[in-house]
Ligand binder design. Structure first.
Ligand code: NAP
Length: 344
């Protein structure tokens, strides 16, 4: 094979607040020959996800940080270019975690062959991948929605939230979304079938939410935290379930917000309303992936679950695009198209 150069994006420094392009560094290296027991993967799609902000921080978390100078972590869909592995052949489409780079070697560990028949291969990073699993397990296992209950989900037009709301509709719940733009609210109501959606920039957020949830809230799928959580808390019914999935409103904070200590208020609500908060990481449910794929592939095929992608072209645009997540500028699952397939 002719000399191949690998363009990569490395973590250059740890951001103090919102990430910027200067936190990343471009690098280009010559790829060595394919080692024994490995395959060469060419990245087609890179997923941009809020958790990556946590990996840029050197703090205790459920996963180690990216070291300065290392390739940024990230989920990818790739094609096999060449292979020394018996189970992977050139042209196979693979979902894995090969990061912000054009090529990667892999020994096949934690790589999943993608079946391109149910939906475009990019969905292996969205509705038929990690965000879909997050919505499915968080809502069904922790939220446990019952017919007629009220389910509220924040970041409702996003990769996870849009799927949460649609699954809750399949379970015959009243579903109220919270999103950051009228266009997003219109989308989740008119396209996805939510019953209502509140813009979290509305000055009377608490009042609007109360009107949209006349029977209170039985399940709150927490994606953002911050002032949205403060508006939701007083509306939670006795025995409400709160899958704590993400707190994106706080991911860029360098310190705790000022103001009165809210801990007693939150704990009193948990006690007196007998609330069930449970944080989770989707990988907690890795042993149950089969049920996810079986249900979600069926729902997507039958168009009972719809999805939306926000596609940015070119690996070099990943650092700039990443910021969209924290500004509410993405509309749907944020993806970078790194290359088009050569071998299919
Ligand atoms: P997404 O919703 O597609 O994109 C992020 C969205 O968050 C933005 O578009 C914006 O939507 C909203 N947002 C950003 N800053 C906000 C703020 N200050 N206040 C309110 N909303 C804000 O992202 P996603 O991939 O689906 O992730 C959603 C959440 O789930 C994140 O917190 C993420 O960390 C979490 N997550 C957790 C797991 C897990 O295993 N626990 C797995 C995947 C994702 P608006 O325009 O509507 O404000």
């Amino acid at each position: 094979m002719a000399t191949v150069r690998n363009r990569r994006i490395l973590l250059a420094r740890r951001p103090a607040a919102e990430p910027s392009e200067a936190d990343f560094e471009f690098s280009e290296v010559k790829l060595p020959d394919l080692p024994p027991g490995q395959m060469l993967l060419r990245t087609l799609w890179l997923s941009l996800d809020p958790y990556m902000r946590g990996r840029m921080r050197d703090a205790k978390s459920y996963a180690p940080p990216v070291a300065i100078g290392d390739v940024m972590v990230g989920g990818t869909v790739s094609e096999v270019v060449s292979s020394n592995l018996p189970n992977f052949a050139p042209g196979d489409i693979i979902e894995g975690r090969t990061g912000w780079q054009e090529y990667a070697f892999s020994d096949g560990t934690q790589m999943r062959k993608v079946d391109p028949s149910p939906a475009p291969i990019s969905t292996a990073l969205g509705v038929l991948g990690m965000p879909g699993m997050t919505a499915y397990f968080g809502l069904l296992h922790i939220g446990q929605p019952k017919s007629g209950e009220t389910v509220v989900v924040s970041a409702a037009a996003g990769a996870v939230g849009a799927i949460v709301g649609q699954i809750a509709k399949l379970k015959r719940c009243r579903v109220v979304g919270i999103a950051g733009a009228q266009e997003k609210c219109d989308y989740v109501v008119n396209e996805l079938g939510f019953d209502a959606c509140i813009n979290h920039h509305a000055p009377d957020l608490s009042h609007c939410l109360q009107n949209a949830c006349p029977k209170g809230i039985d399940v709150y799928f927490e994606n953002v935290g911050g002032k949205v959580f403060e508006a939701v808390l007083p509306l939670l019914n006795n025995f409400a379930r709160v899958p704590v999935c993400g707190l994106i409103a706080n991911y860029n904070d360098a310190q705790l917000p000022p103001g009165p200590n809210q801990v007693p208020l939150v704990l009193r609500a948990i006690l007196s309303q007998r609330l069930n908060f449970r944080g989770f990481i989707q990988s907690d449910f890795a042993d149950q992936k089969a049920s996810f794929f079986s249900d979600m592939i069926t729902w997507v095929r039958e168009k009972r679950i719809k999805y939306r992608e926000d596609v940015v072209e070119g690996l070099e645009n990943a650092p700039q695009a990443f910021k969209k997540l924290f500004r509410g500028e993405n509309f749907g699952k944020l993806l970078v198209r790194v290359a088009r397939p050569n071998l299919r």
